[in-house]
Design a protein. Structure first.
Length: 566
């Protein structure tokens, strides 16, 4: 009876709202305020594409006049605004499911149903991966086949482990930014009760910071037991904070009345497919090579406005610069403007009287000047000829000395000084004989006619064996070839082109200076420079300096490289 009574009260209140809105022309439910979030960007075909999430109804596309995109202080020209579903690009879904002891198999089965529904309703080229987490993470590969997705989902089973929620969030966000299988458009979906049992390790603040910096939309589904307590409700709110801090995520808590339990997969897919892609021209865009802020602003006709911004690091700035240079190189050079046809001046009436210079007619004056100039040139030529002739005919002031008549004489000390520094086994080509002494002759003598001996050549400096040519061959499906670098001393490797001798600016998983190759003798070492994602040798993380062997495999950033040198 109490439930029936409460239902009647709700119906009456609803009818009252509808009647009130009709009488006073006020909508019964207020529209959600505009909110936009930049989740990523890319460079393609001479354009900068900005992927923008929003909270407006399906089909929302603002006019170009109501949208402004700033690249640093520059306002970019918007070529087009599309729904993401119209671009033909794919989406990556990462579903992580809490299987710890605080959950129940019934709620885990509900998460399975959601994942299977997403697998069935996604586009064929979209991919999906599943991670089960308790104390540790158990991850699947990314899959496109709905049947395979269903098989992997059915494996999810309740454990009695503690919940390591914050660690799972941080690790999955980092992995989505470095995994080559993940598409430009992506999202993280968390199925959990929100409980966190780990007293050590990743903190909530660290997880929230990673959520904001990743710009990946997060959808949280709080799976609470039927008889939930106040503590369970608080855990659900904490879980929802990650969705609210992310770029365009949504929080669902069906047990608390937040979200329709039957349409959660539809809402998630619709939010992503109806997001916007802003395409801006890179023509006339200037880049300085430094990090800039990319900002998008939308103002509706109703007066509502919203904006969001994202930092574009130096590595991505260089990629944008290359695309700008490619555009400029592919554009045909403009044809020069045709020269204007000369405008004929009106003929001047010939003067009846010829002009005069210094009292002489102009023609006569010019003839006289030309004749004097020619005469002057002839006189200069004659003078040069006689001076040269006289110099050639004059007798030499000094007789040339016959070099054969000159024989320098040195005293005994000088001769000893000339030969003391010579090695005893040096052969003199000038003398045609061996310069040196026999071991059985204790008092050698030198012939007086021996000419001066030239100083022996200085030996070449020793070769620096610490310099070596090192080759890094990228492995895997995304391999792009090999990279060679001459290592003499230390060679930094990283994403920063200005600070690294071997730079990979396109790899966002690399730190600015990620690691260093060091040569010492004929030995090659690698040193991790406190990088964010670590340096691995043959699958093992290293600390400090580690000696490499030929054909070792290192992992830095998103890729594996086989290392060898000579």
């Amino acid at each position: 009876m109490e439930c029936l009574f409460g239902l009647k009260k709700k119906i009456k209140f609803g009818l009252f709202l509808v009647l009130f809105s009709v009488l006073f022309h006020i909508p019964a439910f207020a529209e959600e305020s505009l909110q936009i979030d930049i989740d990523s960007y890319s460079v393609k075909d001479g354009q900068l594409q900005v992927f923008l999430n929003h909270n407006q109804p399906d089909g929302f596309i603002p006019d170009k006049e109501n949208v402004e995109v700033k690249f640093g202080a520059q306002i970019m020209d918007i070529d087009d605004i599309l729904k993401f579903s119209d671009t033909g690009e794919s989406i990556s879904y990462k579903c992580i499911v809490d299987v710890s002891g605080s959950m129940s198999q019934e709620r885990i089965d509900l998460a399975k149903d959601y994942i299977k529904a997403i697998g069935q309703k996604k586009k064929p080229d979209d991919n999906l991966a599943i991670t089960a987490f308790g104390n540790d993470l158990i991850q699947s590969d990314y899959m496109t086949d709905p049947t395979e997705i269903e098989e992997k989902a059915n494996i999810l089973t309740l454990t009695h482990e503690d919940t390591n929620l914050y660690y799972g969030i941080v690790e999955e966000l980092k992995g989505m930014q470095t995994n080559a299988s993940v598409h430009q458009k992506k999202c993280l979906i968390i199925f959990s009760d929100g409980a966190e049992d780990q007293a050590t390790g990743i903190t909530r603040e660290e997880a929230e910071k990673e959520t904001e910096s990743s710009h990946i939309p997060i959808f949280t589904v709080a799976l609470l037991k039927n008889g939930y307590k106040e503590a369970d409700e608080e855990s659900a709110k904490i879980l929802g904070s990650f969705a609210r801090l992310s770029s365009g995520g949504i929080h669902f808590a069906p047990a608390l009345g937040d979200g329709d339990i039957n349409s959660i997969p539809d809402i998630i897919i619709s939010r992503l497919q109806n997001s916007l892609v802003l395409k801006e021209s890179l023509h006339d865009v200037e880049v300085s090579g430094k990090e800039v802020v990319l900002q998008a602003d939308i103002t509706l006709e109703s007066g509502q406005s919203a904006n969001d911004k994202i930092n574009v690091p130096e590595g991505d700035i260089k990629l944008i610069q290359k695309e700008i240079e490619r555009i400029e190189a592919s554009e045909p050079e403009p044809e020069p403007d045709p020269e204007p046809e000369p405008v004929s001046e009106p003929a001047k009436e010939e003067s009846t009287e010829e002009s005069k210079i210094f009292g002489l007619p102009a023609t006569t004056f010019y003839l006289i000047v030309s004749g004097l100039a020619a005469l002057l040139l002839i006189i200069i030529g004659v003078i040069i000829y006689f001076v040269k002739k006289k110099k050639e005919d004059s007798p030499a002031n000094e007789e040339e000395e016959n070099p054969d008549d000159y024989m320098p004489v040195a005293d005994d000390n000088e001769m000893d000084m000339g030969f003391e520094d010579l090695p005893t086994d040096v052969m003199s080509e000038d003398l045609g004989t061996t310069v040196g002494f026999m071991e059985d002759d204790p008092n050698p003598t030198l012939p007086l006619s021996t000419p001066p001996i030239s100083t022996p050549p200085i030996s070449a400096p020793p070769i620096d064996n610490s310099s070596m040519e090192v080759t890094l061959v990228r492995l895997g499906k995304e391999a792009e070839g090999s990279y060679k670098v001459n290592v003499s001393g230390e060679v930094p490797i990283g994403r920063s082109a200005s600070r690294s001798k071997l730079a990979f600016p396109e790899d966002k998983a690399l730190s600015g200076i990620h690691c260093t190759l060091i040569s010492k003798g004929r030995h090659l070492y690698i040193k991790d420079n406190a990088s964010k994602n670590g340096t691995f040798v043959n699958g093992v993380p290293i600390n400090g300096k580690h000696e490499l062997e030929q054909d070792d495999v290192i992992i830095i950033g998103s890729y594996e490289y086989r290392v060898f040198w000579k």
